[in-house]
Design a protein around this ligand. Structure first.
Ligand SMILES: [Zn+2]
Ligand SMILES: [Zn+2]
Length: 128
């Protein structure tokens, strides 16, 4: 360990940035998204106003709700129905292993791993 301290103020700045980030998140990405984008569904183009705005939801394009860049690049405004649809599609991709990013692919499990060793243990002299 070095005894050199970080430049004064560095920790405070990092801390402030962290707090700001937390505050921004607490303020809600939905509010931010509604400021950034026109109030319409990105799929069916249904338009919204203050009366039915609760039916307009923020979808995370990469499905990671922790990924909330301030420029809105990971958000998409979708109506409840299209949002539902979007998630069913994603569930399907995850379940049937068709995701292109591969990040969510389940670990491959080989049910036959160790089977040969087991057979050989049972019947050491056998050859086929
Ligand atoms: Zn829609
Ligand atoms: Zn979503």
């Amino acid at each position: 360990m070095s005894d050199k301290q970080p430049a004064p103020g560095r920790f405070a700045r990092v801390r402030a940035a962290q707090l700001e980030y937390n505050n921004r998140r607490a303020a809600g990405y939905r509010e931010q998204a509604l400021k950034l984008f026109p109030w319409l569904c990105g799929r069916c183009a249904r338009e919204f106003d203050r009366r039915n705005l609760s039916e307009l939801t923020v979808h995370h394009v990469d499905h990671n709700h922790d990924n909330n860049p301030g420029d809105g690049s990971n958000w998409e405004l979708l109506c409840l129905y299209c949002h539902d649809e979007e998630h069913s599609k994603f569930e399907h991709l995850v379940r049937y292993g068709d995701t292109s990013d591969g990040a969510r692919k389940p670990a491959t499990h080989n049910p036959f791993a160790g089977l040969r060793a087991k057979l050989e243990a049972q019947d050491p002299g056998r050859e086929d």
